[in-house]
Design a binder for this molecule. Structure first.
Ligand code: DGJ
Length: 728
């Protein structure tokens, strides 16, 4: 039984290795503690008791005395308890999970616990305002096998008057400690997923996005730990399924010694947010998937990677290995011409590529960033015989064909904008601003949604396209909806704040409609690199473009951060000729290939100009990659060594009886040419064959994990791919 409810007031959720417990605490009432009522204004508080290693005996959580003593405090008693769901108002001064405003101006939610429902692995707990017609449901779903609990919140207006929902996070999680660390990312375009682990000792730490999408800067997830390492330590983690503005807050609301704790909240950002909850309607927060381990970051990654594969990724591609793709962007930029693409395709096919993708520049009048976005028909100057000439050619070479789109955007210089200048977000009396010389289409307008669905449907129906790279190259701004020259925005002040949320819902609607119509098409999610990577997008896409930065050294750091919570099969990793890090660093092709082989391999070099010898090297590595890709994409990942801390970099993947290790050395130092490496994830008592550059050895799993192997590397930018197999 994954959910046990005792006495209609104690809730005990169990996964394979963890327990999650909360109750309705009436203790203040029982003691006629008027202070209690004075601070929260209602009877009973939903109190978070425990999240951690599994404890089976539910009765242990029945506390006969007050868990919180309601000691006199200067500010607030309720801030001293870990609440399961706190709402703005009463005497709460911490960050709360919800804020509502009733039509008479009352701004707090005072609830009574109404009851609960258990349905298989799902629990719903219902709270009702003591006066106003507002019901709040807390939803939990237990994924036992993966040690994951899904949480979301749903609010109902059972009356007639509007209620403004000004904040609705997906979850609040109290951790009974005030000395934790939090990991999120400190990224930017071309340097996504730069890990930072910061101490939480007081105050509030916020990671968020405000540009209408996930963004490069931070990620909608949290990893809170206590001096954890890859293999040891407690880690609390969560990932939000929402591709819009998000907010992760970690706060220590109470420093009162007995009741100190860290409160983590995650959900849609409340900045410029509102949902007008009309009478008789409901509103649901996105889901967040949370977990706990006492075995460090590797265990967290394994659980979340498995969970993603089994529960989040679209089913039709989740178990199929990502194909080796070629993408034209770094080779030809906007200069896409049919004949040249054919030449690239021929070379790509000869090298072993399975999917040929034409990036930006194939449509409308798209000769550069300034024009064409929105006109999703082929440029006849570039493709006089239509797209089918190239598609047929590519298919004839035995490859599938894919194409780039950026459907939420429009250039001023486009047919679409000339015909519909009112289809973008804009304010009255303001020139709309551009980002990358483009506007964002107003997805809250039904005609825009229909246009997007129709143009994508036509593109996919008229051409044998089996892969779409969906890009988004600017952040959203000026979220007003009005025609140019209009005196005012449509909708009232509160409705205008709904746009951020509605945009994302309609983005999901367009992609899911297209997926339904074209189930055999795979989708890659990109936003100027890795600015749209979250568990919400993962439900509709089959891959993430991790970063525009393909420099292998920068990239390994990015891949390391990405891999903490996101699966390797989704991690597009290409070799290109482009070096954002500068012309000064040119690691050899083998080094770059091996870096890309750590994820879903792609090739982006200008193959038409690449020396034959280099092409041969790429070709031989593609052969190797195909041999190990099931291990890489579906195996368990071990981050063994990292450039930032160690002499060299090493990642290992283990899938069943097979394992592969990639090692990278920047430069030899002090005559060292042998690097000792302890492997992980093997069976202690089994024998393995390890193929290292200097020969093949046969050793037990115990030896390989405890004593380790010698990796021979020397000089500049040396690397190895070491294959390991269990002997029968
Ligand atoms: C940004 C993406 O990250 C690139 O890979 C490429 O698709 C360009 N957009 C095209 O404009």
């Amino acid at each position: 039984m994954s959910i046990v409810v005792k006495g209609d007031k104690l809730f005990h959720l169990s996964t394979k290795n963890t327990s999650y417990v909360f109750d309705v605490d009436y203790s203040g009432d029982l003691e006629h503690d008027t202070q209690h009522r004075a601070y929260v204004g209602n009877q009973g508080v939903l109190r978070h008791l425990y999240f951690g290693q599994r404890i089976d005996n539910t009765d242990d959580f029945v506390f006969t005395e007050n868990f919180v003593k309601w000691t006199p405090a200067v500010h607030s008693h309720v801030d001293q308890i870990m609440e399961e769901f706190s709402s703005f108002g009463t005497l709460r001064y911490k960050e709360t999970a919800m804020k509502v405003v009733f039509s008479d101006g009352t701004k707090d939610f005072r609830y009574n616990y109404k009851g609960h429902k258990v349905n298989g692995n799902c629990l719903t707990v219902t709270l009702e305002d003591v006066h106003y017609p507002l019901i709040v449901e807390l939803h939990y779903e237990v994924f036992e096998e993966f040690d994951v609990i899904k949480r979301f919140v749903k609010v109902y207006n059972t009356g007639k008057e509007e209620i403004l929902v000004e904040r609705l996070y997906s979850a609040e999680l109290g951790i009974a400690d005030d000395d934790m660390q939090i990991i999120n990312f400190n990224g930017a375009w071309s340097s996504e997923f730069q890990q930072v682990s910061e101490s939480l000792k007081g105050g509030k730490k916020v990671f968020e996005s405000l540009g209408g999408t996930v963004g490069h800067v931070a990620n909608p997830s949290f990893i809170v730990h206590k001096n954890a390492t890859e293999d040891t330590g407690e880690v609390y983690y969560g990932a939000l399924a929402y591709t819009g503005n998000f907010k992760v807050t970690a706060e220590i609301p109470s420093k009162v010694t007995t009741y100190k704790y860290t409160n983590v909240l995650i959900g849609m950002n409340d900045n410029d947010f509102c949902h007008v909850l009309r009478g008789g309607t409901d509103f649901e927060s996105p889901a967040v998937y949370i977990g706990y381990t006492n075995k460090g970051f590797t265990d967290m990654s394994h659980k979340m990677h498995d969970f993603c594969k089994n529960e989040i990724m679209p089913k039709n591609f989740a178990n199929k290995p990502a194909k080796v793709l070629y993408n034209s962007w770094y080779a030809t930029l906007f200069d896409v011409v049919c004949d040249e693409q054919k030449k690239l395709a021929k070379k790509a096919a000869d090298a072993g590529v399975e999917l040929f993708v034409v990036d930006d520049g194939w449509f409308g009048t798209r000769i550069g960033e300034k024009q064409g976005l929105g006109d999703w028909y082929v440029d006849k100057n570039k493709f006089p015989n239509g797209l089918s000439e190239l598609v047929d050619y590519v298919n004839g070479l035995g490859m599938e064909f894919g194409i780039w789109i950026e459907p939420e955007m429009v250039n001023e210089n486009s047919e679409l904008y000339r015909n519909h200048p009112d289809w973008i977000y804009r304010f009255p009396n303001r020139e709309p601003l551009t980002g990358r010389l483009q506007y964002t289409l107003n997805l809250t307008k039904e005609e825009v949604v229909q246009y997007m669905i129709e143009s994508l449907d036509n593109l996919l129906s008229e051409n044998n396209v089996t892969f779409i790279k969906w890009d988004m190259n600017r952040l959203i701004s000026e979220t007003g909806t009005c025609a140019p020259g209009a005196a005012a925005c449509d909708g009232n002040y509160h409705e205008q704040k709904e746009i951020w949320y509605k945009h994302i819902q309609n983005f999901y609607r367009v992609i899911s409609t297209i997926r339904e119509k074209h189930p055999n098409v795979e989708f890659e999610c990109c936003a100027g690199g890795g600015a749209r990577i979250d568990y919400g997008a993962m439900r509709y896409f089959d891959k993430f473009w991790t970063s525009d930065n393909t420099d292998p050294i920068d990239r390994m750091e990015i891949q390391d951060g990405y891999s903490l919570l996101y699966p390797i099969k989704y991690m597009s990793a290409w070799i290109t000729d482009d070096f954002l890090a500068g012309e000064t660093r040119r690691p050899p092709i083998t080094f770059r290939m091996r870096c890309s082989m750590c994820g879903a391999l792609g090739i982006g070099n200008n193959l038409n100009e690449l020396p034959d010898d280099d092409l041969e090297i790429i070709k031989s590595h593609i052969v190797e990659y195909k041999r190990v890709r099931d291990i890489v994409q579906f195996g368990k990942l071990y981050r063994l060594k990292n450039f930032m801390r160690d002499d060299f970099h090493a990642v290992q993947y283990v899938n069943g009886n097979k394992s592969v290790v990639f090692t990278f050395l920047l430069h030899s130092r002090y005559l060292t040419s042998k690097y000792s490496l302890k492997l992980k994830g093997l069976e202690e008592n089994a024998m393995y064959e390890v193929k290292e550059r200097n020969g093949t050895i046969k050793k037990s799993g115990a030896f390989l994990m405890k004593y380790g192997i010698d990796v021979n590397m020397k000089g500049d930018y040396d690397s190895q791919m070491i294959e390991i197999e269990k002997l029968a």
